[in-house]
Design a protein around this ligand. Structure first.
Ligand code: OXD
Ligand code: MN
Length: 638
């Protein structure tokens, strides 16, 4: 709970009345409107007592000039765009339909993992045994005392002179038994506009709250430093989660996962805690539907770290004849076994916040067909005809303006678009959005893929022998760092289940939770590890990737049918000779793609052992130690 002093009785009513005028009217007009207003605002009246209490406490703390409760209407969206243009926060991209460009402060361009914390009374709730009292790679702990201090040092008066927006939002289709509701309070119209793309917001959510009053409280403020169009406070940025209170508090950054609190903070960090409590899984996974040439449709979920091709796989254009891919989601899956023992998944999001660089008509034509309407682009380059450009889209056109607003000089090494530049587009616009993407029951999951960027040693695809082995594969995942967070360089990092930055609780307990999913009567999806990124000695990719990954999916689905098209290796099952359809592909060096170099794997086992020992310790389930021993043994006797 946040504690603040009481506020004058009619403060919110006055501010809310003013908010009727807030979007697009002058400061003087607001001040006039604030004087002596007593008429209850219908939006305020629509708030449930708990939401209203949260709004009042937040207003007392942040002292905004106005409060605006978002109804999610088109008129409101138009007004927000107007406000942002006046503030210099966005500009229209005349080349497209309702598309906008934002340039952030250059110091606020990615998630900041080092300033992202989980709060609990007991550190062990958050950090595995081996790291208690120390810095952990698997969870940043903050005590309740420091949590309160962090808030009291940043929030008092931080919205003075600004509008405080109240965004009721639903993660998942409104009313689905798998969905959850949040209320985000923010002083950033960019966040409001992005949240209306990324989640379902407004009056229909308030309506749902009347049936079930529970919601996650999300408080966000950008701070008072930064560039004129992009206020932020990089020196004091902090992202706090308190699972016990269903609370998220974020200060100082307007960007992506730091500020669109439904995404990483709610759907993954708090989501993973709620999922464990309620017996389901909240995962960093895309969800995709695949129809095979026989017309049978299956769904798979896939966990890859940030910027490793989740959006590309989720919208893949298969090259294998007769296959069709449809997209349910590109980043997050909430999955629960139903009463028939089938794992069913929803995409809790409503839009794509995709990494722009590398997206092109060749790599992801469906994303290209999605993003040029109703989209907010952030930190991409601008073309002289009012369009956008990023590295990998096409040859660089003349006359680009780079992501910092400067003329682009191709002779310099710096990119025109920031490597973590993004598009934020409504999912419904994707030409291959799945018919069931908003199904209240979710879609049935047949297989789970895990993977990362592994330039050497790791085969194209390996099937886990069973669920336990699959959980071990997830626990030992590693991947090259990307630009989605503050890391730099091509260092290979441990990223278990692609969740390292997103665990809401002790990773050892997370593994136990995954292991506990295997229960009699349940149809356990098969688990596979894939690696599209293996390179040869010259640094050239060994596998063409993108649409050609349909060949791997074909094998995966045949394995889901228990077709005996596999063979055993020390790592698990791989395609039997000739079983992976490579027809029509040239120069594929299958021996290199699937080789299992003994020295590499002995080192890999050592690295994973070191990681488990140093980062997890006694919280690591015995089953996972057993699997590691099995792997070591298999590799040594290979
Ligand atoms: C994302 C991420 O933005 O994983 O999806 O960083
Ligand atoms: Mn992600």
């Amino acid at each position: 709970m946040l504690h603040f002093k009481a506020i004058p009785e009619d403060y919110v009513l006055k501010a809310a009345k003013c908010a009727q005028l807030a979007l697009g009217c002058s400061r003087a007009a607001h001040q006039t409107a604030l004087r002596g207003v007593t008429v209850p605002n219908p939006q305020i009246a629509a708030l449930t007592p708990k939401v209203r209490a949260f709004v009042e406490r937040s207003a007392a703390l942040c002292q905004p000039e106005h409060v605006h409760v978002c109804d999610g209407s088109e008129a409101e969206a138009g007004a927000l765009l107007q406000v942002m243009q006046l503030q210099g926060a966005i500009k229209r991209l005349p080349k497209y339909d309702n598309c906008w460009l934002t340039r952030t402060d250059p110091a606020d361009v990615a998630r900041v993992e080092s300033r992202t914390f989980i709060c609990s009374e007991d550190e062990r709730d958050v950090v595995p045994a081996a790291r208690a009292g120390q810095k952990s790679a698997l969870g940043n702990y903050i005590s309740p005392k420091l949590y309160d201090k962090a808030i009291s040092e940043r929030f008092p008066g931080c919205m003075r002179g600004r509008t405080m927006y109240v965004i009721p939002f639903s993660m998942g289709p409104v009313g689905s038994p798998l969905s959850k509701i949040g209320v985000e309070i923010t002083d950033s119209p960019y966040v409001v506009y992005s949240m209306r793309i990324m989640t379902r917001i407004g009056s229909k959510v308030l309506e749902a709250l009347r049936k079930d009053e529970n919601f996650v409280r999300c408080l966000h403020a950008v701070g008072t430093q930064g560039t004129p169009g992009w206020p932020c406070d990089p020196a004091n940025t902090i992202i706090l989660h308190k699972p016990i209170d269903n609370e998220i508090v974020s200060y100082g950054s307007g960007y992506g996962g730091n500020s669109l609190l439904g995404k990483k903070c709610f759907a993954l960090r708090l989501g993973s805690v709620i999922a464990r409590r309620e017996g389901w899984l909240a995962e960093h996974m895309l969800i995709v539907g695949i129809t095979d040439p026989k017309g049978r449709k299956r769904y798979i979920a896939a966990a890859f770290p940030s910027a490793c091709g989740k959006t590309n796989l989720a919208m893949m254009t298969p090259t294998l004849p007769g296959y069709k891919v449809e997209c349910v989601g590109d980043d997050i899956a909430w999955m629960k076994f139903d009463e028939n023992g089938v794992l069913r998944a929803i995409n809790p999001e409503n839009g794509f916040f995709g990494v722009a660089p590398g997206t092109s008509a060749t790599t992801n034509p469906m994303a290209m067909a999605t993003v040029f309407k109703n989209t907010v682009f952030t930190n991409v380059a601008e073309t002289k005809d009012g369009g956008v450009w990023w590295e990998g889209m096409s040859p660089a056109p003349e006359g680009l303006t780079d992501w910092k607003g400067q003329p682009f000089d191709p002779s310099k090494k710096t990119p025109a678009a920031h490597p973590n530049s993004r598009f934020c587009s409504p999912a419904a616009q994707c030409p291959i959005i799945d018919d069931n993407w908003e199904s209240a029951d979710g879609v049935p999951i047949s297989a789970i893929l895990l993977g990362g960027r592994r330039p050497s040693g790791v085969p194209l695809v390996v099937e886990a022998r069973d669920w336990k082995h699959g959980v071990f594969m997830g626990a030992s995942m590693r991947s090259e760092a990307t630009a989605a967070a503050e890391y730099s360089g091509k260092v290979v990092m441990h990223d278990p289940f692609a969740m390292r930055p997103f665990f809401g609780y002790n990773f050892g307990e997370y593994l136990k939770h995954w292991l506990s999913m295997a229960q009699p009567g349940r149809h356990m999806p098969k688990i596979f590890h894939v690696n599209w990124f293996r390179k040869d000695e010259q640094g050239k990719f060994l596998w063409p990737g993108f649409g050609e990954n349909s060949r791997v999916l074909d094998w995966v689905l045949r394995r889901c049918d228990n077709e005996p098209c596999h063979m055993e290796t020390p790592l698990g099952y791989v395609p039997a000779p000739g079983a992976l359809n490579t027809e029509g592909l040239k120069d594929i060096q299958m021996n290199k793609l699937f080789s299992i170099p003994k020295d590499f794997w002995i080192q890999e086992v050592d690295a994973v052992k070191k990681y488990f020992t140093e980062e997890v310790g006694e919280d690591l389930p015995n089953e996972i130690w057993d699997e590691l021993d099995k792997l070591r043994n298999n590799v040594q006797h290979n």
